[in-house]
Design a protein around this ligand. Sequence first.
Ligand SMILES: [Zn+2]
Length: 159
Amino acid sequence: MINIVIKLNRNKKEYLKQYYLQHKEKQIQLNKKYREQHKEQIKEYHKKYYREHKEKINEYYKEHKEQHKKSQKRYVLKTRLNIIEFLGGKCIYCGFSDYRALQIDHINGHGCNEFARLGARKFYKKVKEHPELYQLLCANCNWIKRYENKEVGGRKIEK
Ligand SMILES: [Zn+2]
């Protein structure tokens, strides 16, 4: 009897997995649509939830601060790597491709700290929407470009 139950459970699990995989895309679309249609409600809900559980949430964050910071860091790094890959993965001047020394450069020279200012997610979105505004430069080429364009600290010096 127990065996049968286990087997049934396993089948069920397998079935759910298959079902999930088959309907994943559809489900994602549906979720997205739902979120768009219920934006305000969801926002309200989150606000309310936060108000009601403020102390617990804050406590949780305090306790998991380090962990949170680490995962945040990982997320930022991952996003940076995604942007680098999206922009071709190497310095457009010299072909250098070690991500540790690659920088995402705003073509007009006004992009300094855009990553920090917008946050990783928004910045990535912006790069994807306007890839023509960005280019990958290695640290060396970036500094050379700055000197040649007389950009210091990311700002263009008006002559
Ligand atoms: Zn270079």
